[in-house]
Design a protein around this ligand. Structure first.
Ligand SMILES: NC(=O)CC[C@H](N)C(=O)O
Length: 399
């Protein structure tokens, strides 16, 4: 069937079809073809390139609520993906307005061409407010996004594909985006890119477990004085300990933490038992919680944006954070050994934990931002202080 409307000046060349049969029509951008995933919405007003290259979005189609996306083009420095060999990132992108020509001195490519080159299907000319309202009402939805320049779509087949997709619940995607080989961050060509990491090194030897790690995490760890060795998600505790780390970092990543737990949980548990300082972000936070006896749940609409207020129970301070998660740690299931340190001021959901008797802590949000505010960068310094403490070195100011 053709859905191009003879009365419309802009014929339909791309569609989004939700598993319940809802059809949203617009104009295609980026790659042609079709892709299946969970539709979420991100409320950030800046940083679309960093969002689109965050490996945690694997299996998801992002609706940008900010209407003008693409105005500053794209460049090589704002890519957050570290494992460039991984192809399984974001599944699609939805914008309100068509993409204008870039107007920024850093731009090297138009977002449309960039999406095409990365195989990301795009849809624009859509009422993103209505789509966001729909997701808020009905919850995160499985869907197919399709782009066909001739405007010909097999709607039934697309709907069936959306219905047949099992969804993120129970899906392990960290194994798809993690690095195949361990590597040292210092030796990667982009490590020194953005002015981070130039600080004189202290001798912190940090192992980062890569479940879908972002570049800015590595930059900030380096900036805090860490020499970072990145290991694949499936690394055993023995692998981790063979590097003789001063601390272990658990990264963000895509998919359902409960499904990722199989190989990661045992490693995390053993590392914690060793008494090593541990710092986890997002998926790393969720898996740390699972490893220590708590449970995670799927959220109704998730948190994706750059202005989420979080309350730090330990200091009484509020920080504005960057978030990207569709699962959350159920605070009701935290064992007595764990303390809830941070909560979301939007919905009260858990945003941070720490072990009462060990140097182990994690947060649900993204202190590395990229994009987003820098309020939470202090957590990297907190991690460094835990390592200093263990080595008998005096702590430095967190903020
Ligand atoms: N950014 C992340 O690490 C996301 C964690 C997990 N995949 C979630 O959606 O909750």
């Amino acid at each position: 069937m053709t859905s191009a409307d003879a009365w419309s000046a802009t014929p339909t060349t791309a569609v989004l079809i939700l598993a319940d049969g809802t059809v949203i029509e617009g104009q295609g951008l980026g790659a042609t073809g079709q892709s299946v995933g969970e539709v979420c919405f991100n409320t950030a007003m800046t940083g679309y390139e960093e969002i689109l290259t965050d490996p945690s979005y694997a299996g998801q189609i992002i609706t940008f609520t900010f209407p003008h996306i693409g105005n500053v083009g794209t460049n090589e420095e704002d890519i957050e993906t570290v494992n460039m060999a991984s192809s399984s990132g974001v599944r699609g992108a939805i914008f309100k307005a068509d993409i204008t020509d870039p107007s920024n001195y850093r731009a090297t490519k138009h977002l449309d061409a960039w999406l095409k080159a990365r195989g990301i299907v795009g849809l624009c000319g859509v009422d993103t407010r209505a789509l966001t309202a729909l997701i808020r009402e009905r919850g995160l939805a499985n869907a197919v996004i399709a782009h066909a320049p001739d405007g010909v779509f097999d709607m039934d087949a697309l709907k069936q594909a959306a219905q047949a997709w099992p969804g993120l619940d129970g899906m392990d995607l960290a194994k798809d985006v993690t690095t195949a080989q361990s590597f040292s961050w210092d030796e990667t060509p982009w490590a020194w890119g953005n002015g981070y990491g130039r600080r004189e090194r202290e001798s912190f030897n940090v192992v980062a477990l890569d479940y879908g790690i972002k570049r800015n995490i590595l930059r900030l760890l380096a900036d805090t004085g860490c020499k970072v060795t990145v290991l694949p998600a499936t690394a055993s505790a023995q692998d981790v300990l063979s590097h003789n780390p001063d601390g272990v970092f658990l990264s963000n990543g895509p998919g359902d933490p409960a499904a990722t737990g199989e190989y990661a949980v045992e490693t995390i548990r053993k590392v914690v038992d060793e008494g090593l300082p541990v710092f986890g972000i997002c998926l790393g936070h969720q898996m740390l919680a699972i490893a220590l006896g708590a449970k995670t749940t799927k959220m109704h609409q998730g948190h994706h944006g750059a202005n989420h207020p979080v309350f730090d129970r330990t200091t009484g301070k509020v920080e504005i954070t960057s978030m990207n998660h569709g699962f959350a740690v159920d605070a009701q299931t935290l064992p007595g050994t764990l303390e809830e340190t941070h909560v979301s001021l939007f919905d009260g959901s858990n945003c941070g934990i720490r072990l009462k008797d060990r140097p182990v802590f994690s947060v649900q949000y993204h202190p590395e931002a990229s994009p987003g505010p820098r309020d939470s960068h202090y957590l990297f310094r907190r991690f460094a202080n835990l390592m200093r403490e263990r080595k008998g070195i005096a702590s430095e100011a967190e903020r």
